[in-house]
Design a protein. Structure first.
Length: 451
């Protein structure tokens, strides 16, 4: 298999520069090993240290699949059942609409409890961006925090998807209570060491001693990089620190149906159970046990998960039928790593990644953004991109307006957006000309983009 690594690296560098990401590491793998691995940019900007494939980053919620794997191992050993009420193992005391939350409900984020946002509060406090104080330092503290969460329930367990970090914290506590080992020690002895993941760990002490670690950075509203830290302490929902080479070994255990180089971590049936679509997400994808399951964008099963602790981001994904996988890590929050991962997978499949809908849409929104003016420059506006939306902004010395434009039809020649102004629905129509010009029809005006 020949990979167009130059095309991939150009794409990654373009997106890193645009979103001001300091550093990024990426690996493409198949069931037999690593096909490509590269670090781009800086793991430490201030000291001029480059990112490498060995560079360590916090992988955030990608940790959830490790927690799910630990639960599945204990289930196969007969030490617990996925049907067990969580309160059998830890004193949860929360019953949405009178029904117990079972282990599989937390695995699939279908407990009926909406996000309680403990992790958001913790992370923002650690990086100095919080106005409130939530003194949570252990899984037991999370239990105390959740004491009255039953009143917050939105559905009976097993019925609806609500992403719940707290649920995975408690699953880590279940692992500890059932195995007799601290969660971190269990994962190290039963997952990391058998897989040869020698540079994956949980603690601040290990991070400080790591000679190839990525310094976490906040990318502020002005695009400045602010040196920061990770939220150490609670692990099972998002605390693992790893690197793309270790994660490549981890993904291979799934591609090889539970066994790698003589180490069997889970049965083939157990791996398939983790990959089974179980609870539907609002966007049409599904959640299994610790993994997101989708048929997009390749028309076959893609098993994946992202992670973010604001100062570090991650995405991993694999195609079981093709035996291909990707791991992407970055020391900041900028361009969506899922797009980079899909771009890399598309190249590995021998396809043109620029034809991926997510990439096409991204390119189109970038093309539409910029300054526009009417005939002879009599009226000037700016089309500003913010995520998946555009804003039509007109700013003067005394007045200003910012009108949100919601995508409707994004064609190659005409792209339409809608908004509401003075209670009335209005349409903004962008016309993309073969010579590169862009025109905008909005309300009574015709604008042309200023090159």
């Amino acid at each position: 298999m020949e990979l167009d690594t130059r095309k991939l690296e150009c794409f990654v560098m373009e997106k890193m520069a645009k979103t001001r990401l300091p550093g990024l590491s990426l690996a493409i793998l198949d069931e037999n090993g690593v096909l490509y691995a590269r670090g781009l940019g800086y793991r430490d900007v201030e000291h001029g240290l480059e990112a490498t494939p060995h560079t360590s980053y916090c992988i955030g919620s990608v940790t959830k699949s490790f927690t799910a794997l630990a639960i599945m191992q204990l289930a196969e050993e007969g030490k617990l059942s996925l049907e067990d009420p969580v309160e059998k193992h830890v004193p949860l005391g929360v019953r949405p609409f009178g029904e117990p939350i079972r282990i599989w409900h937390f695995l699939t984020h279908s407990s009926g409890l909406p996000a309680l946002a403990y992790a958001e509060a913790l992370i923002r406090d650690v990086i100095g961006d919080s106005k409130s104080w939530l003194p949570i330092a252990s899984p037991e503290d999370v239990l105390a925090f959740m004491a009255r969460a039953g009143d917050w329930a939105e559905a009976k367990p097993g019925k609806e998807f609500f992403y719940l970090n707290e649920g995975y914290v408690l699953l880590g506590l279940v692992v500890s209570r059932v195995s007799g080992l601290p969660y971190e020690q269990y994962v190290r002895e039963h997952i990391l060491e058998p897989l040869g993941m020698k540079r994956s760990y949980f603690t601040r002490e290990e991070f400080e001693a790591d000679q190839d670690k990525a310094i976490p950075y906040i990318i502020d509203k002005e695009g400045n990089r602010v040196r920061s830290t990770y939220p150490f302490g609670i692990s099972a929902d998002g605390g693992l620190i790893s690197n793309v080479l270790d994660l490549a070994r981890y993904l291979r255990i799934y591609l090889r149906r539970g066994e790698l180089e003589g180490a069997r971590l889970l049965s083939e049936e157990g791996i398939e159970a983790m990959e089974e679509p179980r609870v539907k997400l609002p966007d049409g994808r599904y959640y299994g046990y610790g993994w997101i399951i989708t048929q997009e964008p390749f028309g076959e099963k893609l098993v994946c998960h992202g992670g973010s602790v604001l100062v570090s981001t991650a995405w991993v994904g694999y195609l079981p039928r093709r035996g291909l996988g990707v791991a992407v890590l970055a020391n900041g929050k900028g361009y969506p790593l899922v797009n980079i991962g899909l771009y890399a997978l598309s190249l590995a499949l021998g396809r043109d990644p620029e034809k991926l809908e997510v990439i096409r849409r991204d390119r189109l929104l970038d093309r539409l953004a910029g300054p526009y003016e009417t005939y002879m420059g009599t009226y000037r506006v700016e089309v500003v991109r913010k995520g998946d939306f555009l804003f039509l902004e007109a700013r003067g010395r005394y007045t200003e307006a910012s009108i949100p434009l919601v995508p409707e039809e994004l064609g190659e020649e005409v792209a339409t957006f809608f908004t509401y102004e003075n209670g009335r629905r209005r349409v903004a129509e962008f016309r993309l000309k073969p010579d590169g010009r862009v025109e905008l029809i909005y309300e009574r005006y015709k604008f042309r983009k200023v090159s």
